[in-house]
Design a protein around this ligand. Structure first.
Ligand code: NAP
Length: 782
């Protein structure tokens, strides 16, 4: 029996794709999660291998497709074995082939990077979900039992779900009438068969690129298998149906699945929830079970996290069952139809012929493709009408400039932080400003972006989109609402919780709300109005010393939460964090070498985790590309390796940091690149360095144009000789010579430059972008 217990916010039972996606979703929105998995190691069975269009969009909405590499696409799928063109408008038409093992691996990696605690070899043996906690008794890998307590527990533990059984969920439906026997076989060479209904039964054979052939067979008239089949039984059935002998092959995996169809009467019982196959059991045909389950998780994660953060409640939690149960029901009826069309005997042949004729009609094809691909899901989201309400926001290439030119950012990319979206069409500036003002008190939960919103039919002025991509408000119906767009406010409150106090979005009032320890320095800042960045987050690369350190401190004094980045000197970075905290500010240290393979990915992994832990979001408002290396070698002696290294750190890393940061940066963000006066002042010992800084300056010029529509500014700051702790600054004669270069006859102090950077990060600098800012103390005057 358990003595002590483990406490978390959400327990997810089952580390299959559904449980892992849910765990990642919870962490992305800031909820603590422990995943308990009975198996001691990830499964190596191939299981489901088809992803449909909506699932691909979901994976894109979390940046997960990059982790999955190339996924082969097929436009034509099937409905009950009748070929069906699945192509529909959207970025991922058709079906996509990915082994479940690869999906699981990527989802687990993502969830764990975000901080999910995945524990294998943990079996739930008892459960209560009443009172103020869900409590699971869990047998661990060493055989001892202990308790896990959480606010909520979700069973993602498959069709034989222990959570469903132990939680007392009703699971009504129909028993199996027919089975399909399946084997993955090595060492056989038989012709491929795509849903062939032969005289005695159905035969399917598909050879994978690795040479393994999957065979599936059903004999017409045979009842359900009452035990797991042996390979011999499958080979015998195959012989009877096709005449082919596969008995000499090596079976890698043998099983059967049947057409039992059951669905939990409730997806929620108090603190217990079900998702995926735990909530619905059907013939796993065409990957619809896996896709349905992933979409359950995507619907539930943000709702649980919002409730745990005090921004949701019973109604939001109940919307999970209300929205997903009918979707499950609809999929089950389409799967039952398909099971009949596939597995029933020749009495359905005429029906199949008629259906095949019907699918030639575009309306029928579109209807069935919508059902199979999951693109037809429309949730009941409240008042209002309009073609998009309740559907997933259908667009890609969403963000554009005021002329409607499409930029590279898609809706899916904008959703990656796990927040909602207010998409405003370019054009009517007054209307856009009105809507921005209405949504401002939710800006910590809802990003605002300029977007060309198209559904292939209509263009809509503005949309409010939930974190799962579904539209919950569309501009139009409330245009005459002079009281301030009541319908938008209603939708924001319903889906994103109460507004922050209006004053909290204005810096002056936000000052009073800060909870950081009130030191004399912070008090002084408040009195002097130095609190212009409260609520913002910043990354300053190379801020363990020199100008980066001064910049980090100054940004924090203005109220920003700062990620203090270093390459090797972690102790120095931690010391900067301590200084910030002594000043009454907030910061955290992250480490990562720039200019090497994987640098940006590693740095952002640590950064996002730090931000998530402290703000519940991965938004980054300010990026200062400060880290840099000098050369100090005359032009004749620079080696290609030295040259490449200087470029990699000073120019390449900032480019890719910006590229990556833009995924996290809300509209109105700031990017500041630290260049050097040497792009305008000759020094033969630093040609390679000056070239790299010249390249860096190009970033501001060109990115400024692209980022203008998002009100993100990007500028270069060029320091002159600045004291940075280098021993040369301890040599009076050297300092005198260096000082003489400046109009002020002194060397720069790190704070001289930091103040310029901080100014560019504030709202006061909103009208400066693409600029070169000379912070050399007049050195360039000549
Ligand atoms: P610094 O004292 O030289 O410190 C450099 C910072 O960058 C340190 O935090 C260091 O981390 C980090 N860094 C260096 N190489 C890195 C790498 N490969 N990956 C990750 N981090 C790395 O800095 P500074 O003199 O204040 O200069 C700051 C910026 O201003 C640089 O871009 C520099 O080129 C530019 N600048 C400086 C002067 C000047 O006179 N000081 C003049 C003009 C322009 P660790 O401490 O962990 O190694």
């Amino acid at each position: 029996m358990a003595g002590d217990y483990t406490e978390t916010q959400v327990i997810v039972v089952g580390a299959g794709p559904v449980g892992l996606l849910l765990a990642g979703e919870l962490r992305l929105s800031g909820a603590d999660v422990v995943v308990l998995e009975k198996l001691t190691a990830p499964t190596t069975e191939s299981r489901a291998s088809t992803l449909h269009a909506r699932t691909m969009e979901i994976l894109d909405s979390r940046g997960l497709l990059e982790r999955l590499g190339d996924i082969p696409q097929e436009t034509v799928g099937h409905f009950g074995g009748i070929g069906l063109d699945l192509g529909l408008p959207g970025p991922y038409p058709g079906q996509w082939k990915l082994p479940q093992t690869r999906l699981e691996e990527a989802l687990e990696q993502w969830a764990v990077e975000l901080g999910a605690d995945v524990r294998r070899g943990h079996e739930v043996t008892a459960l209560t979900g009443t009172g103020d906690a869900a409590v699971a008794e869990v047998r661990g890998p060493d055989g001892t039992t202990r308790s896990f307590r959480a606010a909520y527990l979700v069973g993602c533990d498959g069709e034989n779900s222990a959570v469903r059984r132990l939680g007392g969920f009703d699971f009504p439906g129909t028993d199996a009438g027919r089975s399909l026997l399946r084997a993955d076989v090595e060492g056989i060479d038989i012709p491929g068969r795509r849903f062939e209904r032969l005289e005695g039964g159905l035969a399917i054979a598909a050879r994978r690129p690795d040479g393994v052939t999957r065979v599936m067979v059903h004999e017409f008239g045979a009842g359900p298998a009452d035990a797991a089949p042996t390979f011999e039984e499958i080979a015998d059935a195959w012989k009877r149906i096709t005449g082919e002998d596969i008995g000499g092959g090596t079976p890698l995996w043998v099983n059967s699945f049947d057409d039992a169809s059951r669905q939990a009467a409730d997806y929620r019982k108090g603190r217990l929830f079900l998702a995926g196959d735990a909530a619905h059991q059907q013939l796993p045909i065409g990957g619809q079970s896996l896709n349905l389950g992933l979409q359950d998780a995507f619907n539930l994660g943000w709702k649980l996290a919002a409730t745990l953060a005090g921004r949701g409640g019973e109604a939001l939690l109940d919307s999970y069952h209300r929205e997903r149960h009918p979707v499950g029901q609809a999929v089950q009826s389409n799967v039952r139809t398909q099971a009949l069309l596939l597995l029933a005997g020749h009495e359905v042949d005429a029906l199949r012929d008629v259906l095949a004729e019907l699918t030639d009609h575009e309306d029928v094809r579109t209807h069935l493709a919508g059902a199979v691909s999951g693109l037809d899901v429309r949730y009941e989201v409240g008042t209002g009408s309009g073609p998009l309400l309740g559907l997933r926001a259908p667009l890609r290439d969403a963000v554009g400039d005021e002329t409607g030119d499409k930029g590279g950012t898609t809706t899916f990319e904008l959703l990656r932080s796990g927040r909602g979206l207010l998409l405003l069409a370019p054009g009517d500036d007054a209307r856009r400003e009105d809507l921005r003002t209405v949504a401002a008190p939710w800006s910590d939960r809802v990003r605002t972006a300029t977007a060309v919103v198209e559904d292939g039919v209509a263009t809509t002025g503005a949309l409010l989109v939930r974190p799962d991509g579904h539209v919950v408000w569309a501009d139009g119906a409330d245009r005459d609402d002079p009281a301030g767009d009541g319908a938008l406010t209603g939708a924001l409150e319903r889906w994103f919780g109460s507004a922050r106090p209006r004053d909290a979005v204005r810096p002056a009032a936000a000052r009073a709300l800060r909870v950081v320890p009130s030191t004399a320095a912070a008090e002084e800042n408040r009195r002097s109005g130095m609190d212009r960045l409260t609520g913002r987050t910043a990354l300053v690369t190379g801020s363990s010393r020199g100008m980066g350190r001064a910049t980090a401190r100054r940004l924090a004094q203005e109220g920003a939460l700062v990620a203090v980045h270093c390459n090797s000197d972690e102790a120095a970075a931690r010391e900067v964090v301590a200084e910030v905290e002594r000043d009454g500010g907030r910061a955290f240290a992250i480490r990562g070498e720039l200019g090497v393979d994987g640098d940006v990915t590693d740095l952002f992994g640590a950064l996002e985790q730090g931000l998530l832990d402290r703000t519940g979001s991965t938004d980054l408002h300010i990026l200062v590309n400060n880290a840099g290396v000098m050369g100090g070698v005359g032009a004749a002696d620079v080696t290609p390796e030295q040259f490449d290294r200087i470029y990699a750190v000073n120019a390449r890393a900032p480019f890719f940091l910006i590229q990556r940061a833009l995924r996290n940066m809300p509209d109105g963000g700031r990017i500041i690149n630290i260049s050097s006066g040497l792009t305008r002042f000759a020094n033969p010992d630093e040609i390679a360095y000056a070239m790299s800084k010249g390249a860096l300056e190009q970033l501001a010029l060109h990115f400024a144009k692209v980022l203008g529509p998002r009100r993100i500014t990007i500028n270069s700051v060029a320091p002159g000789i600045t004291r940075n702790g280098n021993p040369v600054f301890d040599i009076p004669g050297a300092v005198e010579q260096m000082a003489a270069l400046s109009a002020f006859n002194r060397v720069g102090e790190p704070e001289d430059v930091a103040d310029v950077v901080v100014f560019l990060a504030t709202d006061e600098a909103r009208w400066i972008t693409g600029s070169f800012v000379d912070a050399t103390g007049g050195t360039l005057l000549g």
